[in-house]
Design a protein around this ligand. Structure first.
Ligand code: NAP
Length: 220
């Protein structure tokens, strides 16, 4: 049997962090959940334990300590918080996989704050030069985690990164979360994935469009 990997989820009290934590609790992982307020992550741990008492999950109030213990780190925080998080974990995230889920949206949701030739994932990689940054989960809405199978088919979730083994590990993690992982390419593909999600968010706000529900406009 494969050794149990430890995953630190930074921002585990948020929409995405809690959804990812709940779905990964089904897998062969030990989860360390952290955020600014311990009470809020403890509530997520308690909810997971009610549904799955055997889950290896705990709340931890130190991002650096959780990342030090982890094999894989998920940065489930807003793009604006990534620099602060990167500074806290830089030394302890050496050679580890760091998953970037961020969409670097501006305040009005009509553009990205990153330069046209960059992306949130590539900026995180610059901040964590000795880590293996992999893009994942940026095109899945938090609400999709409770229903990743639609009409009997697993919804697609894109993965991008430079290190082949790291990308494979993240693809397995995406699959454990219930999605169909599609390896889209190297880390530079992240810019396309983040712009794609910008469009999907705009269509969702305008028409209730949800591409995971079969590329349908749900209401007009
Ligand atoms: N929502 C979606 O459907 C969706 C889909 C795809 C990708 N994303 C991406 O996922 C990320 C999180 O989005 P979200 O909607 O889950 O946001 P959210 O609900 O606001 O959650 C943000 C989380 O980050 C934590 N946090 C904020 N600043 C932090 C810091 N400096 N250090 C440590 N933790 C910090 C918050 O903790 P406290 O509450 O304790 O401050 C909270 O747990 C964003 O980058 C977003 O672009 C979101």
């Amino acid at each position: 049997m494969k050794t149990m990997q430890t995953i630190a989820i930074i921002g585990a009290s948020g929409n995405m962090g809690s959804a990812i934590s709940k779905s990964l609790a089904k897998g062969n992982y030990r989860l360390l959940l952290c955020a600014n307020e311990l009470d809020k992550v403890q509530a997520v741990v308690d909810e997971i334990k009610v549904n799955n008492p055997a889950a290896e999950v705990e709340a931890i109030d130190c991002t650096r300590e959780a990342s030090w213990e982890a094999d894989i780190i998920i940065a489930a925080v807003p793009y604006a918080a990534e620099q602060e998080v990167a500074e806290k974990i830089r030394e302890v995230a050496n050679q580890k996989i760091v998953i970037s889920i961020a969409n670097p949206l501006n305040d009005t949701y009509d553009g990205l704050v990153t330069a046209p030739d960059s992306s949130a994932a590539e900026e995180l990689q610059k901040l964590l030069p000795n880590s293996k940054v992999v893009k994942a989960f940026n095109t899945t809405f938090a609400a999709d985690f409770s229903t990743p199978v639609i009409d009997g088919k697993q919804a697609d979730a894109f993965v991008a990164g430079e290190d082949e083994a790291a990308v494979q590990t993240v693809a397995e993690l995406v699959s454990t979360a219930g999605f169909n992982p599609i390896v889209a390419g190297g880390l530079a593909v992240s810019g396309t994935l983040e712009r794609m999600q910008l469009l999907l968010i705009q269509l969702n706000m305008k028409y209730g469009y949800n591409w995971l529900a079969g590329w349908k406009i749900l209401h007009q």
